[in-house]
Design a protein around this ligand. Structure first.
Ligand code: NAD
Length: 296
């Protein structure tokens, strides 16, 4: 298929590579020219802008930081919608607020273009492996058209409801991941200050009920003190803020989400917004004056 791809960051680049590997023809754009050049070397066609990427494509995917970026890149002048051909599908795979997804979806519908919100989970490693979990909102007919692309980037793609439902599902995912990392941080700091090797503790618990994909992915990063992103603290803060906004409008109390969101704000204020979200543990380490690292 002819596929447009806008947003070539940590996630967008490996997702593009998997689409190219599956035989699709990609037309790509990012505001960072080096990212476009890198993907052109990998076999994509460099587009002059989002509109041009969409004009060359049956399906255009966006993978951008947040809702305002998606609104600008899709609805703004020179955006994806301006270039979309009749019968095209626009698929936003960024994690944004469900309300922003519905706003973009409504504008696309008005212009006669189908829209899906299809955020992902699994982070960079699963984007590289092509094993992302993809949670989709929109019409079944659009979902069926895009499914071969989802299958090249992910190991599961589930239609969860109308436009916006993909991002509601993603918010649920992000709450579970954030609270899980914070709990892991408290557990490893306690064990380390008690004189234990955090790696031994990790190995002892990972096969039991506390074991999880989060623990397996993030505990080794904490234990080795490697906080290279991965998934940036500033992006997870954005997701929890979107979750709290949705919760407020639905009159749902989310005490744990609220606490972890404030921890993420504090880490950003300390200049750690671009570290991996596993660095939540550093705040707990500061309070305990103990780092949960493997003994030298
Ligand atoms: P990133 O910051 O690495 O990449 C975003 C890219 O978008 C950058 O290359 C930036 O230059 C580009 N961009 C911004 N505005 C643009 C515009 N108007 N037009 C064209 N390009 C533009 O972010 P990422 O980690 O790749 O995350 C992208 C989305 O995926 C976010 O919504 C994030 O929450 C979500 N996500 C990330 C991960 C992860 O582990 N990194 C996992 C799941 C979901």
């Amino acid at each position: 298929m002819k596929v447009g791809f806008v947003g070539l960051g940590i996630m967008g680049k490996p997702m593009c590579r998997n689409l190219i590997k599956a035989g699709h023809h990609l037309s790509v754009y990012d505001i960072v020219p080096e990212a476009v050049e890198e993907m052109a070397r990998a076999g994509a066609t460099a587009a002059a802008g989002a509109q041009a990427a969409a004009a060359a494509s049956e399906i255009t995917i966006t993978m951008l930081p947040d809702g305002p970026d998606v609104e600008a890149a899709v609805l703004g002048p020179g955006g994806v919608l301006a270039g979309a051909t009749p019968g095209a599908v626009i698929v936003d795979m960024s994690s944004i607020s469900p309300l922003a997804a519905q706003k973009v979806g409504a504008a696309c519908q008005k212009a006669g273009v189908q829209f899906l919100d299809a955020p992902v989970s699994g982070g960079e490693p699963k984007a590289v492996d092509g094993t992302l979990a993809i949670m989709v909102g929109g019409e079944k007919s659009a979902f069926d058209r895009v499914l071969p692309l989802f299958q090249s980037m992910g190991s599961s793609a589930i239609l969860t409801g109308a436009v916006g439902a993909g991002n509601v599902t993603k918010l649920a995912n992000q709450i579970m991941v954030a609270c899980n990392i914070a709990a892991m941080g408290e557990a490893l700091v306690l064990a380390t200050k008690a004189g234990l090797d955090p790696e031994v503790v990790f190995n002892a618990v990972k096969g039991g009920l506390a074991g999880s994909a989060v623990l397996n992915a993030k505990a080794p990063m904490v234990i080795s003190g490697n906080f290279k992103p991965g998934f940036r603290i500033r992006l997870h803060q954005k997701d929890l803020r979107n979750a709290l906004l949705a919760a407020e409008s639905l009159k749902v109390a989310l005490p744990f989400t609220s606490l972890v969101q404030q921890m993420l704000v504090s880490l950003m204020n300390h200049g750690h917004g671009d570290l991996d979200h596993s660095a939540i543990v550093t705040l707990i380490e500061d309070m305990a004056q103990t780092a949960a690292r493997k003994p030298a």
